[in-house]
Design a protein around this ligand. Structure first.
Ligand code: NAI
Length: 395
């Protein structure tokens, strides 16, 4: 079939197998070009990534395997391809990455299904026991709009809303580049609790408790989950909104997990990462405008990083940099340090204030935003003939 990009409300419904392979190949080339850390033996050798098929999770997996030489196990939620239906980008990425890993003699396996379920935790435990023995690092990188509670069977949905009062701010319609005002109504109390259920730390804790109880966590194990803070302008809808409550819960879960793993010298961290175009972030109102401005400013200053560059810095300069992991006053790893630099934020603010509702966006790297969004779905590569008939099952 001929696979074209189909986007509905900032969500790409399709993905291209050859393009996803090209995306993975680009990340591999970047990692191969990095000089190896002086003490690669510090890096983890057995890594479980929960949510490792796209975005930050895929990048973490690739850094673990290709820089550290780790065996990697991924858990992610995918749609498999059929003769006339494309798979999710995560499925294609996973196949492309695992082929590279296998060529290099590395164990790389994936279990596709619902990471929130008890059944998946059992399957993963079995796989670790049989193939890896134990794990040295667990990356928790899920971004999901819903979760089914494994005990009660109740479904929780996570919505991104402000708390207490409506939020109105400028945003940009990505296809047209027209600036518009996004208004988001405040959450009901139950929606705050539901967001915490989905995106807070409860499931991360269930994973760690389960693997710990099964004796599958190695001495000195580390686990990391990802969070975001961002600029003042998005506080009402992000950090002080429903998702911010979930992230606060995730962050407080880290210290609880460190306590629970004390007997094996384990430690848990939350890493606050930079705003980047991923499948999860592109659908958040206001984010495309902010990211387009941020990308332009950070590229001009030579500070721009994509997921893979951020995760490279996480492993080399933070998690495995030395005996003590550098953290902020609240115990969090900060990879958003360059994004949050005063000169960067002041310049983003200045450009933000130039925008006018109903008019074309002024400045900003909307082209960079779109290109990255296309690339993470395997589109927009000049090396690929998108008119060519391809089998969606072949990668
Ligand atoms: P993403 O959408 O690229 O990746 C999400 C991953 O979760 C995918 O592998 C997907 O298959 C998996 N997943 C979702 N539901 C699942 C389920 N029920 N079972 C198994 N796997 C499931 O998202 P992204 O942006 O990489 O987000 C990962 C984490 O990083 C999130 O916690 C997010 O809040 C955080 N983060 C993202 C930032 C951004 O700007 N993109 C910035 C800072 C933190």
């Amino acid at each position: 079939m001929i696979i074209k990009q189909k986007i509905m409300r900032n969500v790409s419904l399709t993905a291209h197998p050859a393009g996803c392979a090209a995306y993975v190949a680009e990340q591999v080339a970047f990692l191969d070009a990095q000089s190896r850390p002086s003490a690669p033996e510090n890096l983890p050798k057995r890594v479980l990534v929960i949510g490792g098929s796209t975005g930050y999770g895929l990048a973490s997996r690739m850094v673990g395997a290709l820089i550290g030489g780790a065996a990697t196990l991924n858990v992610s939620f995918e749609r498999e391809p059929s003769e006339n239906k494309v798979a999710t980008p995560g499925w294609y990425n996973t196949k492309a990455f695992e082929r590279v890993a296998h060529e290099r003699g590395l164990y790389a396996q994936s279990l596709f299904g619902d990471a929130f379920s008890a059944e998946m935790k059992e399957r993963v435990a079995r796989e670790i026991r049989e193939q890896m023995g134990q794990v040295d690092l667990i990356v928790y990188s899920l971004a999901s709009p819903m979760r089914i509670d494994p005990v009660t069977g109740q479904t929780y949905k996570s919505v991104l809303k402000p708390i207490g009062k409506p939020y109105a701010a400028l945003s940009v319609d990505v296809p047209s580049g027209i600036v518009e005002t996004a208004v988001i109504e405040p959450a009901e109390d139950s929606q705050i609790e539901d967001a915490v259920k989905v995106m807070g730390g409860e499931d991360w804790q269930l994973w760690i408790d389960h693997l710990h109880a099964e004796g599958l966590l190695a001495e000195g194990v580390k686990t990391v989950a990802y969070s975001y803070i961002g600029p003042q302008i998005t506080y009402p809808v992000y950090r002080e909104g429903t998702i911010g409550k979930a992230k606060e819960h995730l962050e407080s879960t880290a210290s609880l997990l460190t306590d629970r793993m004390r007997g094996i010298g384990g430690s848990a961290y939350v890493s606050v990462n930079k705003a980047l175009v991923t499948r999860a972030s592109a659908v958040i109102p206001v984010v495309p405008l902010y990211i387009a401005l941020l990308y332009q400013v950070m590229k001009e200053k030579g500070l721009h990083e994509d997921c893979t560059r951020q995760m490279y810095r996480l492993f080399i300069d933070r998690l495995y940099a030395g005996p003590a992991v550098p953290v902020d006053d609240e115990g969090r790893i900060r990879l958003d340090d360059w994004e949050m630099r005063t000169d960067v934020q002041e310049e983003v603010d200045r450009r933000w204030n130039m925008q006018r509702e109903g008019e074309q966006m002024i400045g900003g790297d909307l082209a960079g935003f779109k290109e990255e969004y296309d690339h993470i779905h395997g589109f927009g590569y000049s090396s690929i003939d998108y008119e060519r008939d391809v089998d969606p099952r072949s990668i």
